[in-house]
Design a binder for this molecule. Structure first.
Ligand code: IFM
Length: 449
């Protein structure tokens, strides 16, 4: 293989989420989010950790910006904390919260780093959860109003807008598995949450189109799990298809086709959420781009013991694994080409891709994270392969800029290009960060080097 070059203007970035990095959980007028509540419930988070301080980005953002510049990032995608803007979720606006993001955006632009913003990365204001949160329809208008407020303040300077990050995880992990805030275990609510997230997304797009300049691009970020049958049998193929339905098509079909998959409506039967007239039309609002997060595949086998899905996941013994998931680079290519073939998005970004492996600081203050470099190289090679066959892929955002609070795992999982000492808050660019900086400089890399 020769040097893998990326198209001119390819956007190289990194992505973070407010709750995972900001800290300052109750400062400057911010209201509590469902994560502030959740982390205080015994047993929810490993070692009882919280993101009250996280990596203190709220106070150290200038230092973090300098590090972004050192890496040579062309773009930075961050999320806005809804309760920092609206402490009660609706009503009184906290101008100090808006000021924080205002300064961040101006400073990014001054350093020629394009800001990409996500309106929602899981930190719902607790006051709204107290009224049922994403499980109730009132949330659709509340979210649109929040989108309007942010767009009015920052819209003149941010060219890329994302409504939600990973609605599938919000619905499943937060409301069915109970592993994320708000910690519910109710399939009925989880499905309603999924539907309301999608309607709120569509309605917010209408609002954003009115508020933002015509040139602004609006999309959503979905985590896609390519699915494969464990064995070459009809039963396992059907099992994989069902999992694909729950993990992927339940979101992709309404967004791109304006309909829910018939097999999912049938599978969930009476617990499928009520769809009001106009909902599907709203959800199908045209997207300028779709952001795709790729971490893992799912290998599925038929399993009648599992309620509803009747399928369970198999973990191939010959594969390599990170601390959390199987590492399977070809899944990146399979995902990209499949989405292109089935849904034809106008533009695609890889909005998250990264790995948690045990990192350590060596005697000379270096973090030699060779496995992350190999992960990056192998996945970027698949990204490049997808571009070669015509996927309109415009950029790649690495998850994540710096080590942070990894939800229920607390601080045990490190995904960053920058190492953070969680006690002193000292930052060290890892070897993977330097490697990525070189890729950005050269707009490509030699896969053999
Ligand atoms: O840390 C998360 C992020 O918040 C959403 N996508 C997956 C990442 C790694 O688990």
């Amino acid at each position: 293989m020769t040097f893998l070059r990326f198209p001119e203007g390819f956007v190289w970035g990194a992505i973070t989420a407010a709750y995972q990095i900001e800290g300052a959980w109750n400062e400057d007028g911010k209201g509590p989010s469902i994560w502030d509540t959740f982390v205080r419930q015994p047993g929810r988070i490993e070692r009882g950790e919280t993101a009250d301080v996280a990596v203190d980005h709220y106070h150290r953002w200038l230092e973090d910006l300098a590090l972004m510049q050192e890496l040579g990032l062309k773009a930075y995608c961050f999320s806005i904390s809804w309760p920092r803007i609206l402490p009660q979720g609706i009503g009184q606006v906290n101008l100090t919260g808006l000021d924080f993001y205002d300064r961040l955006v101006d400073s990014l632009l001054a350093k020629n780093i394009t800001p990409h913003v996500m309106l929602y990365h899981w930190d719902l204001p607790q006051a709204l959860q107290d009224r049922g949160g994403w499980g109730e329809r009132f949330i659709i208008d509340a979210y649109s109003e929040y989108a309007r407020i942010v767009a009015q303040r920052l819209g003149d300077r941010i060219p890329f807008w994302v409504t939600h990050n990973e609605p599938m995880v919000i619905s499943l992990a937060g409301n069915f598995l109970g592993e994320h805030a708000p910690g519910l275990q109710d399939p009925l609510v989880a499905l309603r949450v999924a539907h309301h997230l999608l309607v709120a997304h569509g309605q917010a797009i209408q609002v954003l189109r009115l508020e933002l300049p015509k040139t602004a691009k609006i999309g959503i970020i979905l985590n896609i799990t390519p699915t494969y049958p464990a064995n070459d049998t009809e039963e396992d193929r059907q099992a994989a298809r069902r999992y694909d339905g729950v993990a992927n098509r339940l979101f992709l079909d309404p967004l791109f086709r304006g309909e829910y998959p018939a097999d999912m409506i049938e599978m969930f039967g009476p617990i499928f959420p009520e769809i009001q007239p106009g909902d599907l039309q709203t959800i199908r609002a045209p997207l300028d781009f779709v952001g795709l997060n790729y971490y893992m595949r799912a290998v599925m086998r038929n399993d009648p013991e599992v309620m509803i899905l009747q399928a369970s996941q198999v973990y191939p013994s010959e594969s390599e694994y990170s601390q959390m998931w199987e590492i399977y680079p070809p899944g990146m290519y399979d995902m990209l080409t499949r989405i292109q073939a089935d849904y034809h998005p106008k533009e695609v970004y890889i909005t998250e891709n990264g790995v948690c492996v045990t990192d350590g600081v060596d005697f000379d203050e270096r973090v030699r994270d060779e496995r992350r470099i190999r992960y990056l190289r192998d996945h970027l090679a698949q990204v490049q392969r997808a571009i070669q066959v015509g996927v309109p892929l415009k950029g790649y955002f690495h998850w994540t800029l710096m080590d942070n609070f990894e939800w229920a795992f607390g601080y045990r999982m490190r995904f960053g290009l920058i190492y953070v000492d969680f006690t002193t808050q000292k930052r060290i660019v890892k070897d993977s960060g330097r490697w990525y900086a070189q890729v950005i400089r050269n707009n490509g890399f030699d896969p053999k080097a």
